[in-house]
Design a protein around this ligand. Structure first.
Ligand code: AMP
Length: 220
């Protein structure tokens, strides 16, 4: 088991559509450490109409990366809050080698988990996504439908298809991922930090993904 004072500073990697957000949420409940999603933070900034949100909106909607300056500012503020004292699960950052270097300057990362799934699985998962307008919970028309059509199980908010969940933005997001983010796998592998988890299981069997990931996180 890990020592009492070791922080669980975990980076979660994986293609858009692999289910990272869902796994992060489950792991966050299991370990009692926050799930920090730069995508969620940026979307919140957009919905609030803050200066960061105004800068980020067109990049997010088209599936391109938001400029580092904007994301780094939000992230470093978030990582300095007290709830990160025991660690965190970082979802959506870093997305480039440069961001990985910037993260190294902000904090020490203890583990990097890469969730892997086949292309066909990724395309299917990306296709039918729905998001709650109020709390950001994620559903899938076929794989993880809400109890009541169009309504969030958690908060009763309206479910909608995000702009970046539409086909042209999906193509752009996958392209950005391959060009900018995939090199991170090699980067962390070379540093002996990478743990690969097979994510080719349907949602009913999500424990087959969460269990090995949780084991990897808690091992010294
Ligand atoms: P996600 O929910 O992680 O798929 O992020 C949604 C969108 O937010 C991405 O397509 C980017 O436009 C933006 N975004 C999230 N994280 C980052 C990041 N680390 N760097 C740049 N843009 C980001």
């Amino acid at each position: 088991m890990r020592g009492m004072f070791t922080k669980m500073n975990v980076v979660l990697l994986g293609s858009p559509g692999v289910g990272k957000g869902t796994y992060a949420k489950l792991l966050s409940e299991r370990f009692g450490i926050p799930h920090i999603s730069t995508g969620d933070m940026l979307r919140e900034a957009v919905s609030k109409g803050s200066p960061a949100g105004k800068k980020a909106k067109e990049y997010i909607d088209s599936g391109k990366l938001v400029p580092d300056e904007t994301v780094n500012h939000l992230l470093s503020e978030r990582l300095s809050r007290p709830d990160c004292a025991q660690g965190f699960l970082l979802d959506g950052y870093p997305r480039t080698i440069k961001q990985a270097q910037m993260l190294e300057n902000m904090t020490r990362i203890s583990k990097v988990i890469n969730f892997e799934a086949e292309d066909a699985t990724i395309m299917e998962r990306l296709g039918g996504r729905l998001t709650c307008r109020e709390c950001g919970a994620i559903y899938h028309i076929k794989n993880m439908p809400p109890k009541k059509q169009g309504i969030c199980d958690i908060c009763g908010g309206e479910l909608y298809q995000r702009e970046d969940q539409k086909p042209s933005a999906i193509t752009q997001r996958l392209d950005t991922y391959r060009k900018e983010t995939q090199p991170l796998i090699e980067h962390y592998k070379n540093r002996g930090m990478l743990i690969v988890i097979d994510a080719n299981f349907p949602y009913e069997e999500v424990e087959k993904i969460i269990k090995p990931a949780a084991r990897a996180i808690s091992e010294d």
